[in-house]
Design a protein around this ligand. Structure first.
Ligand code: GLA
Length: 741
C-alpha cells in the first residue's frame, strides 16, 4: 500500500518520493515531509517550536506559547488561525469575517482514485496501483468540514490533491477563497520556475529565486491564459535538467487561477494554488458542498527532465482520455493561414487534393464556414453552415474530402457571440454584459453566459446538429478573448462572484456531453493559440493548438516552455509559409518541419503553392513523422539545450523508453564566420548499446551509447540562417563489457 498510517501520521509513498502529514496532539494537520523517498518515521521531530514574538497562540495551546500556527508547517492553512502567511481558505460562517480554525476529525483510505464531479481529474486504470486518502478536518466551533483528498500515483511520483468543503451548519457559509493545495517547506533558497507569455508568445520559461515576501502568479481572465500558466516548479538553486530536487504543481483547471509563493520571517517557503479568488465568492447553503479543482504535485530528486517525464507519462496514461491518445495523431492541413476567411469548396478541395497527394490524413476547415462570417466582426453564435459561401453543404464537402482518402475536421468557437449575429439579436441577455454599462469587447466579440442552462442547451444542440450533418472526425474548439466585466442576468447579486467558476463548469459540461456522444471525436483545444493550455483541458482534448505564432524559431521557445509540464503529444504544431505571417521571419522549409514534429505535426498553408522542392521535403517530413511517431508521442523527451541560454542552436531529443532508439532535432539560431565547433550529448540511451546513426537520413557511423551520452557528437556547421538537422540513432546490438573496456 502506498499509504501508511500510524498514530495519526500519514505517509504517502511513491516510487521515488515520500509525502507526510501528521495530526498533532492539538489536532492541527501538520505537513512534515515531502522529498526524496524515505521511510515512514514520524518526521515531526524536525518541526521547531519556540516562543516567538508576535506569533499568536491558538486557544487550544493553553499556556504553551511555543505553539503557533504563525510558523508551523501546515497541510491546509486557513484564514483566522493566527497564521499570517498566504492561505487556502477564507470562509465567512455568518459573521462577516473569514475566520475559522480546522482540526483533524477522521480519515479514510480506499483503493483507486477519487473523482471530481463536473471537473477534470486524473484517474486510475486497471492494473495500475493508485490509492486515495481522505482526511477530514472540522472547524473548532461549527459544522464546517474540509475533506482533503490525496491520490497517490505510485509509479509516476505524482500525488494529486483536491478539497471538498462541506457546510453542515444550518446557515449559509460564504467562501471568498478556496484553493486546492498548499506545500510548506522548512527552508528558503528555492527558485520558482514559471511560464509567462502573451498572445503569440506563450509559456516563456523564467526561473527566479524566491525572496522574503510573496511572489504571485494569477489569471483573472476567466481562462488559464496566455499570460501565466497554471503549472509551476519549485527547484533547489543548483537543480539542472539532470540533477537536483524539484517539485511541480499543475492545476487541472481551465479558468482563472492563483498561485502564491511566500518565504516567511523564519526563512520557510510556502506555495498555495487554486481557483483565482479575485472577486470570487461562493454561497454554500446548508447541506451543500464545494469541490476545488485538482492539483497534481510531482517530485524529482534527479532534475527537471525527470520531473517532466513524471508529468508526461502520468498525463498520457491517467489524465488524457481520448480514444486517440495511443494512436498516431492525424497529420492535418488547416486552411486558416492558407485562406483566412476567403474560401469556398473549390479552394478547399484544391488544398485537400494536394494533401491527399502528400499522404496527409486530414483537412481542417477553420473559421468562417457559418452564419455571416467573412471577417472577425460578425457571425459568432450562428452555427448554421453558410452554404452560399461554401458552395455546397458541409456533408457534401466532408464526403468529397473523405473520397480523397482524408478525414475532415472543423473549427468552432462555441463560447462566443458577435453583436452582429442572429443569436445576439434574439438573445442579447445571453452575452455576459453588466446591465446599464457598455460591454468590454475583445476581437469585436462578447462572451456567452456559460452559467445558463439555456445557453448550454443551445450550444449542444448546434454542435450536435453540425456533427450529425457531416462526417466530422475532429473539432478545433477555440476561445478568442478574455472574460471581462462579466455579469449573468440569471444570478442574483450575491452570487455574481460565482460566475467565473460556473462558466468553467458550463464549459466542461458541454465538452463532456460532446465527447460522450461522439467518443471517437478528436478534440483539439485552442484559445487564440495556447491561451488555455492547461492540464484540465487535456482531460477533454488530447492536443491543444500551442500558439498562433507558427514561426519555427519563436516556437522553439514556446515549445521548450510547454515541454516542462505537458506531454509533447499534446502540443499542436504546424508548418506554415514564409515570410511567416506573425513576425515576417524566413526559415528553411526543413527547419519548419523539424520544429512542427516536436508536436502533433501538420501544415497550415496552401499546399497547392508549394514548390517542387518543398513538396519533396514535405513528403519526406510526412514519411518521417509516420515512421517515428511512437518516439515523438511516447518517447522520453529531453531538453538538450535551452533556447534561452544557448543563442547558437537549440536541440531536443526523444528517446524510446528502453533506450533502443532516439531522435534529436537541432535548429541553428545564429551564424558565425569562422565558427567554433559544437557538440551535443544524447540522453536516455543504453551505455552498452551499439547505435547506428543517420544525420538527415544519411548513415554516418556507429557509436556506443556510452560514447553518445558521455562524449556526444559533433554537430554539422550550419549552411544558412536557421539551418537545422535531425539525427536518428538505433541500437543494433548490446555489448555487455563495452563500458569497462
Ligand atoms: C484563433 C486560432 C487560430 C484561428 C483563428 C480563427 O486565433 O488560434 O488558429 O483558428 O482563431 O479565427
Amino acid at each position: 500500500m502506498s499509504i501508511i498510517i500510524q498514530d495519526n501520521v500519514f505517509t504517502l509513498q511513491t516510487k521515488n518520493s515520500t509525502y507526510q502529514m501528521k495530526a498533532d496532539s492539538k489536532g492541527i494537520l501538520l505537513h512534515t515531509y515531502y522529498g526524496k523517498k524515505t521511510d515512514a518515521s514520524d518526521y515531526s521531530y524536525l518541526v521547531s517550536m519556540a516562543d516567538r514574538g508576535f506569533s499568536g497562540n491558538i486557544y487550544e495551546a493553553r499556556e504553551d506559547r511555543t505553539y503557533s500556527l504563525d510558523f508551523l508547517p501546515q497541510e491546509f492553512p486557513v484564514c483566522g488561525s493566527g497564521d499570517y502567511r498566504v492561505d487556502c481558505l477564507h470562509a465567512d460562517l455568518g459573521q462577516g469575517v473569514s475566520d475559522c480554525l480546522m482540526f483533524f476529525d477522521s480519515y479514510q483510505v480506499s483503493k483507486g482514485k477519487y473523482a471530481l464531479e463536473g471537473l477534470p481529474a486524473m484517474f486510475a486504470k486497471d492494473g495500475q496501483k493508485v490509492d486515495t486518502l481522505e482526511i477530514v478536518l472540522k472547524d473548532s466551533q461549527e459544522e464546517l468540514y474540509l475533506h482533503l483528498w490525496y491520490g497517490v500515483f505510485e509509479a509516476y511520483d505524482i500525488i494529486t490533491r483536491a478539497v471538498m468543503i462541506e457546510n453542515r451548519t444550518d446557515r449559509e457559509v460564504r467562501l471568498h477563497k478556496a484553493l486546492s493545495a498548499c506545500l510548506d517547506m522548512d527552508h528558503d533558497g528555492m527558485d520558482l520556475i514559471h511560464f509567462y507569455g502573451r498572445h503569440a508568445g506563450e509559456r516563456e520559461m523564467e526561473r527566479v529565486p524566491l525572496f522574503h515576501g510573496i511572489t504571485e502568479l494569477r489569471s483573472t481572465r476567466g481562462t488559464s491564459s496566455h499570460q501565466h500558466n497554471p503549472f509551476v516548479i519549485l527547484a533547489a538553486q543548483n537543480t539542472t535538467e539532470d540533477s537536483g530536487e524539484c517539485y511541480g504543481f499543475s492545476l487541472l483547471y481551465s479558468g482563472g487561477f492563483h498561485m502564491q509563493a511566500e518565504v516567511d520571517q523564519f526563512h520557510q517557503t510556502r506555495l498555495v494554488m487554486g481557483i483565482d479568488d479575485c472577486d470570487f465568492t461562493w454561497s454554500l447553503q446548508p447541506g451543500e458542498k464545494f469541490v476545488t479543482p485538482e492539483v497534481a504535485m510531482g517530485y524529482s530528486s534527479t532534475g527537471l527532465a525527470k520531473l517532466s517525464h513524471c508529468y508526461h507519462d502520468s498525463f498520457q496514461h491517467h489524465l488524457i482520455r481520448s480514444s486517440w491518445k495511443d494512436k498516431r495523431r492525424p497529420i492535418l492541413v488547416n486552411n486558416w493561414e492558407a485562406t483566412y476567411f476567403d474560401f469556398d469548396v473549390d479552394k478547399l478541395l484544391k488544398i485537400a487534393r494536394e494533401a491527399a497527394d502528400l499522404e496527409l490524413d486530414m483537412l481542417v476547415l477553420d473559421d468562417g464556414w457559418f452564419g455571416k462570417r467573412d471577417n472577425d466582426d460578425s457571425g459568432l453564435g450562428d452555427w448554421f453552415v453558410n452554404e452560399d459561401k461554401l458552395g455546397c453543404t458541409l456533408g457534401a464537402l466532408a464526403d468529397q474530402v473523405n473520397d480523397l482518402g482524408l478525414m475532415f475536421g472543423l473549427w468552432f468557437e462555441p463560447e462566443m457571440i458577435s453583436e452582429d449575429s442572429d443569436l445576439y439579436r434574439k438573445h442579447p441577455d445571453w452575452a455576459m454584459v453588466v446591465p446599464g454599462r457598455n460591454p468590454i469587447r475583445g476581437r469585436s466579440q462578447l462572451v456567452l453566459d456559460m452559467t445558463r442552462e439555456d445557453v448550454l442547451d443551445y450550444i449542444k444542440e448546434r454542435l450536435f446538429a453540425i456533427m450529425d450533418s457531416a462526417n466530422i472526425q475532429y473539432i478545433k474548439w477555440d476561445m478568442n478573448r478574455s472574460v471581462a466585466a462579466a455579469y449573468s442576468t440569471l444570478l442574483p447579486r450575491e452570487r455574481q462572484g460565482e460566475l467565473r467558476h460556473r462558466y468553467v463548469l458550463g464549459l466542461y459540461h458541454v465538452m463532456e456531453a460532446l465527447l460522450m456522444r461522439y467518443p471517437d471525436l478528436l478534440l483539439e483545444g485552442c484559445s487564440g493559440g495556447g491561451g488555455r493550455f492547461d492540464a484540465g483541458m487535456l482531460y477533454y482534448a488530447p492536443q491543444i493548438w500551442c500558439s498562433d505564432n507558427t514561426d519555427a524559431v519563436e516556437r522553439l521557445h514556446i515549445q521548450y516552455g510547454t515541454s516542462f509540464g505537458y506531454p509533447m503529444s499534446s502540443v499542436s504544431a504546424h508548418v506554415s509559409v514564409c515570410p511567416n505571417h506573425q513576425n515576417g521571419r524566413v526559415t528553411p522549409f526543413q527547419t519548419r518541419g523539424i520544429c512542427a514534429m516536436q508536436g502533433t505535426f501538420g501544415y497550415e498553408m496552401d499546399l497547392s503553392k508549394l514548390t517542387l522542392e518543398e513538396k519533396a521535403q514535405a513528403k519526406e517530413q510526412i514519411r518521417t513523422f509516420k515512421k517515428r511517431y511512437r518516439l515523438f508521442q511516447f518517447g522520453d523527451y529531453y531538453r538538450i539545450t535551452s533556447p534561452l541560454e544557448n543563442r547558437d542552436f537549440t536541440a531536443w531529443e526523444y528517446a524510446d523508453k528502453e533506450g533502443k532508439e532516439a531522435y534529436m532535432g537541432v535548429v541553428f539560431t545564429d551564424l558565425h564566420g569562422n565558427p567554433a565547433a559544437h557538440s551535443v550529448k544524447f540522453r536516455g540511451l543504453r551505455p552498452e548499446g551499439i547505435y547506428k546513426m543517420w544525420k538527415d537520413n544519411e548513415l554516418t557511423g556507429e557509436y556506443t551509447g556510452a560514447a553518445l551520452m558521455n562524449g556526444g557528437i559533433l554537430l554539422p556547421v550550419p549552411k544558412e540562417n536557421y539551418d537545422s538537422c535531425q539525427i536518428y540513432i538505433s541500437c543494433q546490438s548490446i555489448v555487455e563489457d563495452v563500458v569497462r573496456e
